[in-house]
Design a protein around this ligand. Structure first.
Ligand SMILES: Cc1cc2nc3c(=O)[nH]c(=O)nc-3n(C[C@H](O)[C@H](O)[C@H](O)COP(=O)(O)OP(=O)(O)OC[C@H]3O[C@@H](n4cnc5c(N)ncnc54)[C@H](O)[C@@H]3O)c2cc1C
Length: 551
């Protein structure tokens, strides 16, 4: 081709675009996370976190795109017409599961239960994994959270826990006991009620003797059962004594497929790499776990841990959105200046950085309380109330946060090739599942009313940093006055829980001792100069320092 023709097809040079971010180490580049892990007692896991961080910022990021572009497919029958009720996931999903389990996202807390900070280390792993893909975080979360429930049955714990603690992911469709590693899901929500699981209509009939550890046949349905290719599910069903908890294996003890019929997969807003199924139980066999008639109390041990992971998952989505926004603004110019140097953009990024660090640090603080809760009743009380407060607030902040980060990328943030649209679709999920916003607020009120030790634990957290920041001290005093007024408490509970969350985030940051972050968080959240949108910070906030620290 002669030069004249070649030039006709060379219409322009591509300039002013950010280079690809990947590969980067999602742990090594996150100063706030590394400091929080050390502060909360998880520093012994540094090496493992660094390894996972490298995978997240490289192979796993690419796998996340593939797994979400190729949604799971429901296969009701095999080629010969036999009912199989399988869901086929893309190989990228399986690789993400495999990497997550291998690194310890589902179980490092149980493998190293004797070490202080074990839950902190796992929380940090979940935080990293969820930045690459959120769909696989769901079965990893549920597998982790099922452990305290299974421990309520010595027989089931003996046979199932070794496979749950395995570092191998085994994707084969064979009975759990023939596999090298198992994953666990959960089924509580039914058509007529999700928040109010007392409305469950699924029935359980004893096959022989009744009671804990005994085999039952389940007849009924579940309206949402995510990750339906898990090896077993903790589900709720009614017996003569009321709602009870069961472990429902995907293959029956005989080795045949259990009578779990998948009706269809949900067509979801986001969470595309993962499948969520509507299922029916046609006499499916399941073992009772825990006391008969006390199923809600039994499964609440799982719910407490999955709620903590909702906080971590939302914090992770915010972190990934923030990283993308800062990276873009460092390389993109408008009106002759890099976006990162534009004063108003600095305000937006600094505000997002404060929000992101507060969400992450508070989630890890709760993880430390979970860690200590078996030894220390005050820590257990703190974990109890702080999880409900954090689940409400951190999940609620996620959707507007991602939208703001998207805006930093301009049109590029609205395009699927950037991760932002996926994060945006995923952002509302954690606020809905495992107890939506109102349910969390009501749970906070319930804890305060029925478990006085939770109120003590809440205020002890503030006492620990009293005098460190006058704005927080005033906020806490105001909160105490508001709580003392019991009129219309339920109607006022969103406002109160929001204030508790902000005060707890501030206390966590002050306790960690980084004045740059803590003082500016207090100044911007309690100083009275803040608007509703991100970026409306007081003008004296040292934005560049905050952005530099963030990424
Ligand atoms: C992607 C996805 C995956 C899921 N996976 C699973 C799964 O694996 N297993 C499972 O069991 N469930 C799963 N769920 C279901 C989820 O947990 C429920 O949707 C959730 O608990 C809410 O229940 P619901 O949909 O029945 O809503 P409802 O219970 O009808 O609630 C609707 C709204 O009413 C509010 N509300 C309820 N009671 C009150 C009250 N007293 N006062 C004020 N407001 C109230 C709620 O906060 C909510 O905002 C999943 C959901 C999604 C979206």
């Amino acid at each position: 081709m002669n030069d004249a023709i070649k030039n006709r097809f060379t219409t322009h040079d591509v300039t002013n675009q950010a280079p690809p971010l990947v590969p980067y180490n999602a742990y090594a580049t996150d100063t706030a996370l590394r400091e929080a892990v050390a502060h909360e007692g998880g520093a012994w896991a540094e090496k493992a976190l660094g390894d996972l961080g490298a995978a997240v910022g490289d192979e796993m990021m690419a796998l996340g795109f593939l797994a979400n572009e190729n949604k799971p497919v429901f296969k009701p029958f095999d080629r010969f017409g036999h009912r199989i009720d399988e869901v086929e996931f893309h190989p990228a999903y399986h690789r993400l599961m495999s990497l997550g389990i291998q690194h310890g996202v589902a179980n490092i807390s149980w493998q190293h239960a004797e070490r202080s900070g074990a839950h902190v280390a796992r929380a940090a792993m979940m935080y990293l994994h969820s930045q690459a893909d959120q769909g696989t975080s769901c079965p990893l979360t549920m597998t982790h959270a099922a452990v305290p429930v299974l421990r309520q049955s010595a027989v089931l714990a003996d046979s199932w826990l070794p496979r749950i603690f395995s570092t191998e992911y085994d994707l084969r469709h064979v009975p759990a006991w023939e596999k090298r590693g198992n994953t666990i899901g959960m089924g509580m929500t039914e058509k007529q009620g999700g928040s109010d699981v007392r409305a469950n209509t699924t029935r359980a009939y004893p096959v022989g003797a009744s009671g804990p550890d005994q085999l039952y046949q389940l007849v009924g349905h579940k309206w949402f059962m995510s990750a339906p290719m898990c090896d077993a599910f903790l589900v709720l069903a009614q017996t003569e004594r009321g709602i009870s908890c069961f472990l429902l294996p995907r293959f029956a003890p005989s080795g045949e497929r259990n009578a779990i019929r998948i009706q269809r997969l949900k067509n979801k807003l986001g969470d595309w790499s993962n499948a969520s199924a509507e299922v029916e139980f046609h006499g499916a066999l399941a073992w009772m776990v825990g006391e008969e008639g006390r199923g809600i109390a039994t499964i609440l041990e799982m719910v407490a841990l999955t709620r903590e992971d909702c906080m971590i998952g939302s914090a992770a989505i915010m972190r990934q959105a923030l990283v993308q926004a800062i990276h873009h603004c460092r390389h993109r110019k408008a009106f002759g200046k890099f976006l990162i140097d534009q004063p108003l953009m600095q305000m937006v990024l600094a505000d997002l950085a404060l929000e992101s660090e507060a969400a992450m640090a508070f989630s890890l603080r709760v993880a430390r309380a979970i860690d200590a809760s078996t030894r220390d009743p005050a820590a257990a009380a703190f974990a109890r109330i702080a999880t409900a407060i954090g689940k409400y607030w951190i999940c609620k902040r996620c959707p507007p946060f991602v939208n703001e980060a998207q805006e930093c990328l301009g049109g590029a943030g609205y395009v699927e090739e950037s991760i932002l649209p996926r994060l945006y679709r995923q952002a509302p999920l954690n606020s809905i599942w495992e107890g939506s916003g109102n349910i969390q607020c009501l749970d906070v009120l319930r804890a305060l009313a029925r478990e006085p030790e939770t109120r003590e634990a809440l205020f002890a957290e503030f006492t620990g940093v009293k005098g460190a920041n006058a704005l927080l001290d005033a906020e806490v005093a105001g909160l105490a006055t508001q709580l003392a007024d019991t009129v219309d408490l339920e109607k006022r509970s969103r406002y109160l829980v929001e204030r508790m969350a902000l005060a707890l985030q501030a206390a966590t940051l002050l306790g960690a001792g980084n004045a740059l972050v803590a003082d500016n968080f207090c100044q911007s959240r309690f100083g009275g100069l803040r608007g509703a949108a991100f970026g409306s910070l007081p003008a004296n906030v040292p934005a560049t320092k905050l952005i530099e620290r963030a990424f």
